[in-house]
Design a protein around this ligand. Structure first.
Ligand code: 9D3
Length: 233
């Protein structure tokens, strides 16, 4: 899978990319990830990519042409059709089914916007879809782009060492996970449940299933009522 990110803050990415499973995926050649500075496509001598809003009002708006020119240039460098995704608070909320779908795409281009807003023509004429990562306000689309990259890259075949865990996840994602324990058997007065030490694997499976159901009902009743995604998606 190829991923291109268009941003005015390219320096935000290397830390996240270099310190995670994403780095291994890139090193294994499973994913190629290219972060581009949108200002490289500015025609202005000060590398400006925004301007005053038509019709007046406060703040600035990101111009459409650097986005369109950048996507044109990036497309020309590779063959195939990329899926262009605009990260925006107005987008549909990203869920695991979207992540799964996007992980099957050969090529994604991610467009990061800003609090000041983006010229509407980017949404209408350039983006194939518009996604948000949740109902809270951030200062920019760069963190959401990293969230999307992280969630999608981990599902690219071969990226996770243990593919069984991904399969299992797709069967059980309407439930939270059961509680996990490791040594020591007692810590600060808190004991590991005896059943996990008894060695009876069918009993242990039963207990884990029951705990998963109990924890989900307690912490995320919405998952039981609506299935893996919220009904509003
Ligand atoms: C002035 C009105 N604002 C809408 C609430 C505009 C605005 C705020 C914040 C425009 C962009 C942003 C920056 N956030 C994103 O670009 C963004 C985002 C987010 O803030 N929350 C959740 N998902 C996303 S995806 C991109």
């Amino acid at each position: 899978m190829r991923l291109d990110v268009l941003t005015i803050f390219p320096e935000m990415f290397p830390g996240v990319i270099g310190a995670s499973i994403i780095k291994r995926a890139v090193e294994k050649g499973l994913v190629s990830l290219h972060v581009h500075d949108l200002r490289d496509w500015s025609k202005d001598k000060h590398r400006k990519v925004d301007d005053k809003p038509y019709g007046g009002g406060p703040g600035m708006v990101m111009r459409p042409d650097p986005f369109f020119d950048a996507v044109d240039d990036i497309k020309r460098r590779s063959q195939g059709r990329p899926r262009v995704i605009l990260l925006s608070p107005q987008g549909r909320r990203l869920t695991q089914p979207d992540v799964r779908r996007l992980s099957r795409e050969p090529w994604l281009i991610l467009l990061c916007g800003h609090y000041e807003g983006i010229d509407e023509r980017v949404r209408v004429g350039l983006a194939d879809e518009e996604l948000s990562i949740g109902d809270y306000v951030l200062t920019c689309g760069e963190l959401p782009a990293m969230v999307l990259v992280d969630s999608v890259v981990r599902l690219v075949p071969g990226v996770l060492g243990d593919q069984a865990s991904v399969v299992e996840e797709s069967f059980s994602d309407h439930l939270l996970e059961y509680p996990q324990y490791t040594r020591p058997p007692e810590y600060r007065g808190m004991r590991v449940p005896d059943i996990l030490l008894c060695g009876d694997h069918s009993k242990i499976s039963q207990w884990r299933r029951h705990q998963a159901e109990r924890l989900t009902a307690e912490k995320r009743p919405d998952l039981i009522e609506n299935g893996p995604t919220n009904s509003s998606d």
